[in-house]
Design a protein around this ligand. Structure first.
Ligand SMILES: [Zn+2]
Length: 421
């Protein structure tokens, strides 16, 4: 019995010791696994924390904002509705009729100011006004207004607390006829919307049209405009007492004088041909070499040998040649509304340009020399109009000649407008 117990005991001990040895052997592996598991759990927790925080922060404002919006729209729904008011402007005037609508005074003031800048108030007599307002707590807030019944329509709305206008519904082919009484300025201002009258007067001024003895003016302008932008004038016809007339047409943003065939937008301002001192002016003088009285056909600029000479305007080289008296000489043609304008440059060191070459204003076209008959290095610069010499001091600007395509368009438009005059 004892031996059985001992044997059992020994077996148990040996089993457990083997078991412990085995367990101890597995132990590091177990710890390694446990470690990995802990790592995975903590990584997942960090990830969830980050994602959770992100979601929390990104939505934390929204419910509040959303609720505000809900409350606001609920309020709006409960208390405000759009109302359309209609009235005709009576003899008491536009300011009275707008005030009658119960709009806040500051809004009425802004609307009236915007309208007064565009049309004379007497135009609006009997005009129909349709105003959309929102009514809230019994008070009106201006939304938009439409005024019609005086040849054109005006649309008024508020943009950033400013009353702005848009034009609507004028027949594009419809020319406005203005009879001139007393002054053309007053007649245009009372016969046209103010911004249009100002544009017409500006066009007449810039084109240097004769304003005397005008009996009638026809004006064509755009029928629509963007909000806050005034329509542009497309056509002006001035009729004079002696039944002569002048016409202006807008093509691609430029105003063209139909009779004189130029656009005042194409004004060319000539530049100085060389940096130098004027040593001899245009006109009769005693010739420095021949010592007799001769016409000096240009202006002489004294400058150091080799000083660059510039083209006075865009053009085409029509002469680049050696001349007995002029030395190396270049002539550039500048197509203009008043004829063939040519600029000449004499006594240059050498010829750097060839005939038919195009040049831009300010291009170097040669250098100051003393070739030909000259007492020293200087530039002899002359200007001609249709082959006749003119004093370069009297020709500082000119208008570019209209090209053929534009001219064709010009004639087509004038024909179209004249049908409606
Ligand atoms: Zn000269």
């Amino acid at each position: 019995m004892v031996s059985v117990i001992v044997k059992f005991f020994i077996e148990e001990v040996s089993f457990w010791s083997r078991y412990c040895v085995n367990v101890l052997r597995v132990f590091p592996l177990f710890f390694q696994c446990l470690n990995i598991l802990v790592e995975i759990v903590s990584f997942t927790r960090v990830t969830f924390f980050v994602i959770g925080s992100y979601i929390l922060f990104s939505i934390v404002d929204k419910p509040v904002y959303f609720i505000d919006e809900l409350v606001e729209s609920a309020n709006t729904l409960a208390h405000s509705k759009n109302v359309v008011l209609k009235h005709n402007i009576d003899k008491e005037g536009i300011s009275f009729s707008f005030s009658k609508e119960g709009l806040p005074l500051n809004q009425v003031t802004l609307i009236l100011k915007a309208i007064s800048e565009v049309v004379p108030s007497e135009w609006l007599h009997k005009a129909q006004v349709i105003t959309k307002v929102s009514e809230q707590f019994g008070k009106y807030e201006f939304i938009e207004s439409h005024i019609k019944g005086f040849g054109l329509g005006l649309h008024i709305q508020f943009v950033e607390d400013k009353a702005v206008l848009a034009w609507v519904g004028k027949d594009a082919n419809n020319l406005t006829k203005v009879h001139v009484r007393k002054s053309i300025e007053d007649s245009l201002m009372s016969g046209l919307p103010t911004p249009i009258a100002k544009q017409v007067l500006g066009c007449i001024q810039n084109s240097q049209l004769n304003k005397e003895n005008v009996v009638r003016v026809f004006v064509g302008y755009e029928s629509f405009s963007k909000v806050g932008v005034f329509p542009k004038v497309n056509f002006v016809r001035l009729e004079y007492k002696d039944s002569k007339y002048s016409e202006l047409v807008r093509i691609q943003g430029k105003i063209y004088d139909v009779n004189r065939k130029f656009s005042y937008n194409d004004l060319v301002v000539l530049r100085k041909p060389v940096e130098g001192r004027v040593s001899s002016n245009y006109g009769l003088r005693v010739h420095p070499i021949f010592k007799d009285l001769r016409m000096h056909t240009g202006i002489d600029y004294a400058a150091k040998l080799g000083t660059p000479i510039y083209a006075v305007a865009d053009g085409v080289v029509v002469k680049a040649e050696r001349h007995r008296t002029y030395g190396n000489y270049v002539e550039i043609m500048h197509p203009s509304s008043r004829g063939k304008i040519c600029s000449g440059y004499a006594h240059m060191t050498k010829l750097v340009l060839a005939k038919n070459q195009k040049v831009k204003q300010g291009d170097v076209i040669g250098y100051v020399g003393s070739t030909g008959i000259a007492t020293g290095a200087h530039l002899h610069h002359e200007m001609k109009v249709d082959g006749k010499f003119v004093n370069p001091n009297h020709l500082k600007t000119f208008y570019k000649k209209v090209d053929d395509a534009t001219l064709k368009e010009l004639n087509k438009l004038v024909k179209f407008y004249n049908k409606n005059c």
